[in-house]
Design a protein around this ligand. Structure first.
Ligand SMILES: O=C(O)CCC(=O)C(=O)O
Ligand SMILES: [Fe+2]
Length: 223
């Protein structure tokens, strides 16, 4: 409990620019922030659009997703979840815009236009013990503003690569509960994926007993 509160592991996991424009900030969210967001996740998953596994080229993804602001389906954004139940997607909450601005300021510094960062969609992913996500680019957005990623629950093995191919060079790193990862600028279109999660590693008090939640905040550039 005290280890989770005071974060010994942050000494071994310093903040780091993984590649130009891609910044990992371990333990950015406090436990109470994580638990509060996990509670919101359970509300979002109740609908009107439920958590669902998107179908990519005929195959269901192992990750299940609920969206805010805009509904993502391979490979576009819509206001209604036409591939689920046709219901309108939940609005993007103001507090999450503020989280996005704080995250960009944390990653790039206050001078870097953080105050203008206005994400309008979030993909909220839930990973059970078997879920993973293959290497891909986040490129269905018209805007190339940074992606802000927040993780809660079990740790995962995150692979962050290059903008050209799914193959090497890439770097494997752990994303743990409370970690922030921002990728923008020259890394905005880098391939990335989640190779596996580590069941049973969620810290007590993070609000999620099993599994992993990841939120990516994005600017669609759509209107
Ligand atoms: O779960 C993660 O850490 C990454 C999620 C992701 O890449 C995505 O939703 O596009
Ligand atoms: Fe992604």
């Amino acid at each position: 409990m005290t280890a989770a509160l005071f974060g010994d592991e942050l000494v071994e996991r310093p903040r780091r620019e993984v590649s130009p424009g891609a910044v990992h900030v371990p333990g950015w969210l406090s436990l109470s922030q994580q638990a509060w967001i996990a509670e919101r996740f359970h509300e979002w998953a109740r609908g009107p659009v439920p958590l669902r596994a998107a179908r990519v080229r005929g195959h269901e993804m192992s990750v299940r997703t609920v969206c805010l602001g805009w509904h993502w389906q391979p490979y576009r954004y819509t206001r209604e979840a036409g591939d689920v139940n046709g219901a309108p997607v939940l609005p993007f909450p103001d507090w999450l815009v503020r989280v996005g601005r704080l995250a960009v300021a944390e990653a790039y510094g206050r001078q870097a236009g953080a105050a203008d960062y206005t994400p309008d969609t979030a993909l909220v992913n839930f990973y059970d013990d078997a879920a993973r996500m293959g290497m891909h680019q986040d490129k269905d957005e018209v805007s190339r503003e940074p992606v802000v990623s927040l993780s809660i629950g079990d740790s995962c093995l995150f692979r962050f690569g290059n903008t050209e191919t799914r193959a090497r060079p890439y770097e494997d790193l752990a994303l743990a509960s409370g970690d922030l990862f921002v990728f923008g600028g020259p890394s905005r279109l880098a391939f990335h994926g989640v190779m596996k999660t580590y069941p049973g590693t969620a810290p007590e008090g993070c609000g999620l007993a099993a599994g992993r939640i990841n939120l990516t905040l994005r600017v669609t550039g759509l209107d």
